[in-house]
Ligand binder design. Structure first.
Ligand code: ZN
Length: 229
């Protein structure tokens, strides 16, 4: 049963990543948490044509990879150190380019800023598949982020399910497209908006600090909460 649910969720998300132009045919990987296992795409699988045999399960708390994606150590470290139920790793082109230019990404549009706030850009020593990267990412998610970017590599989004992780991934990529558009039309206005976003985040951090540290409220909005849009 779990395998069936995993297959349906993973193949749906995989197909959408290609449809939206976020991934190439064989890049990225997607997983969901089982009871004591991780269900993940096998290495070299084609995301828009996944069959049930392309979804493999690996133990959550034991080393070992088998034919699972080479990035399984990262997924495992994130599951071990957070409560997340699903992880979606993608290679969104605009997001990756922004990660090469910035230390954090600040969405220029209101919707992405409301949902995602400041998006951390991480620069681990080994950018692909390492446990160290997984631990860094887990730490970022535990601070309240839904999505983070490994510089020059790609995005990692977490959620209650893959639908949610896909929402964060496509929202960020679309926002970076808008950022690119705005930058080409007016670099001045782009910088002005980024500065305002940074100020808002710092103000919120200061007020959160005063009432006791906790997840930043900016990141607590869930999909469908349009009250502030
Ligand atoms: Zn990758």
């Amino acid at each position: 049963m779990m395998r069936e649910i995993a297959y349906r969720q993973i193949s749906d998300a995989g197909g959408k990543l290609l449809e939206l132009g976020i991934n190439t045919t064989h890049s990225g990987n997607v997983s969901i948490r089982g009871e004591n296992d991780i269900f993940i795409t096998r290495t070299g699988s084609r995301l828009d044509r996944l069959s049930e045999s392309d979804i493999v399960s690996v133990p959550l708390n034991e080393e070992g990879q088998g034919i699972a994606s080479v990035e399984i150590p990262m997924h495992r470290a994130i599951y071990q150190n957070t409560k997340t139920k699903a992880i979606l790793h993608a290679h969104p082109p605009h997001t990756i380019v922004f990660s090469l230019l910035e230390d954090a990404i600040y969405p220029v549009d209101n919707e992405a800023f409301l949902f995602l706030g400041e998006i951390p850009v991480l620069t681990p020593k080994v950018v692909s598949g390492s446990t160290e990267t997984g631990i860094l990412l887990a730490d970022t998610f535990n601070k309240g982020s839904h999505i983070a970017v490994v510089r020059g590599h790609g995005s990692f989004a977490v959620g209650e399910n893959l639908e949610e992780a896909l929402h964060w991934t496509s929202t960020l990529e679309r926002s970076c497209q808008m950022g690119h558009l705005l930058r080409t039309i007016s670099e001045f206005r782009y910088k002005e908006i980024v500065r305002a976003r940074k100020d808002e985040i710092r103000r919120k951090e200061r007020s959160t600090f005063n009432v006791g540290r906790g997840p930043r409220s900016t990141f607590k909005n869930k999909p469908g909460d349009k009250s502030k849009l």
